[in-house]
Design a protein around this ligand. Structure first.
Ligand code: IMP
Ligand code: MG
Length: 342
């Protein structure tokens, strides 16, 4: 092995505290434009993810490619992910068409595992979990059973391949990574509601698995919504309570990947606390405040009861007080209702 320089690596991580679709892409895009990150790292998942990003007034949906591409920051698909070469290349072409220089900005770690046609065919038959049908689970299974194929063996991916050891430690410049996850804590393979989970690690642990030392982690941005949504086979939305359909309509809660309607419920404080603690979250963004305002309802689930609030102010004060018990001060909490910023 060749000798490496002593470059310094630091990393901020974005994690979703609920069931995905909380707006991580927006937070990543926002932080990338504000801060001097040298790289953006997508650390888990495949094209099951869907990031909706508003850039300079245009809407873009990406599945594989991290939000850093819009800021012109080198964006890497790390080995915690699985990649569908055809979809990846189609996404590159789509971004190029939209005026984004993706060909020069996006990289794939040579040890990422590949989603094959057989994986997709198998996943499309799933009736138990309600997967996105993108081949995610079978690709991870084959990776772990040591029968998978790595990106380095796919000629079409050659122009994009990088060795992450070289990338993180090969130069003399400081490396400052923004790690952007997919899915969320409630879908995590270990901490989610098994088997209604995805097949990857959606936590800070999952980010570190991409060749980044644990001591590199500085800030951990947890992203939540003011209510919860979930897509999949389990029953999630309370029956006969029209408020949840109203929230879903107001929030346009349809999947970016499959177009499926998302089941909706109030924010669960215990899931939020668990995700904050286990991820060591330092900053929290609560998205879609405007959606609850639209329907004029404010509530959370806390323990076994639903706590109703009279106003937006009351709900925010409740959340702020609870997060203070977890060591997160008001200045680290962002209530957001903007599509582009936080
Ligand atoms: P898979 O990740 O396609 O295997 O699907 C497993 C579960 O995770 C299903 O309930 C999916 O709906 C859910 N899921 C996967 N990706 C996302 C996402 O990006 N947002 C929300 N749910 C997701
Ligand atoms: Mg999404």
């Amino acid at each position: 092995m060749r000798q490496m320089s002593k470059s310094k690596v630091t990393m901020d991580v974005i994690v979703d505290l609920q069931y995905g679709d909380c707006g991580k892409g927006k937070v990543a895009h926002f932080l990338c434009l504000k801060r001097p990150y040298t790289h953006v790292l997508r650390y888990n998942g495949g094209c099951n993810a869907g990031h909706t990003i508003y850039h300079k007034g245009h809407k873009f949906v990406t599945h594989h490619i991290p939000a850093g591409v819009f800021a012109g920051t080198p964006s890497i698909i790390g080995p915690g992910c699985v990649v569908d070469p055809e979809k990846f290349l189609a996404e590159i072409r789509g971004l190029e068409k939209g005026g984004i220089n993706a060909k020069k900005t996006v990289f794939v770690a040579n040890n990422v595992h590949v989603i094959t046609d057989a994986h997709k065919a198998e996943d499309s038959k799933d009736k138990k979990v309600g997967t996105t049908g993108q081949g995610n689970g079978p690709a991870y299974r084959d990776k772990f059973s040591r029968t998978g194929v790595r990106a380095e063996n796919v000629p079409a991916l050659k122009p994009y391949l990088v060795d992450l050891y070289d990338m993180w430690f090969g130069g003399t410049k400081k490396i400052h990574i923004l790690a952007e996850g997919a899915q969320g804590f409630g879908l995590d393979i270990d901490w989610g509601d098994y088997p209604y989970v995805t097949s990857s690690h959606c936590t800070v642990g999952g980010a570190i698995l991409n060749g980044v030392p644990h001591s590199a982690v500085k800030e951990v941005w947890g992203v939540a919504k003011m209510y919860e949504t979930y897509v999949g086979m389990k029953d999630f939305q309370p029956k006969d309570e029209p408020i949840f359909n109203r929230i879903a309509d107001a929030g346009q809660e349809y999947g970016a990947t499959t177009g499926r309607r998302r089941q909706t419920n109030w924010m669960n404080m215990q899931l939020l606390e668990k995700a904050i603690r286990m991820n060591g979250v330092t900053h929290v963004v609560f998205n879609k405040v405007d959606v609850l305002r639209d329907v004029g309802a404010w509530a959370v689930i806390d323990g076994d009861k639903t706590v109703q609030f009279k106003s937006e102010k009351e709900m925010k004060a409740f959340i702020v007080k609870r997060l203070a018990t977890l060591g997160i001060s008001r200045s680290k909490i962002f209530f957001s209702e903007s599509k582009e910023g936080i």
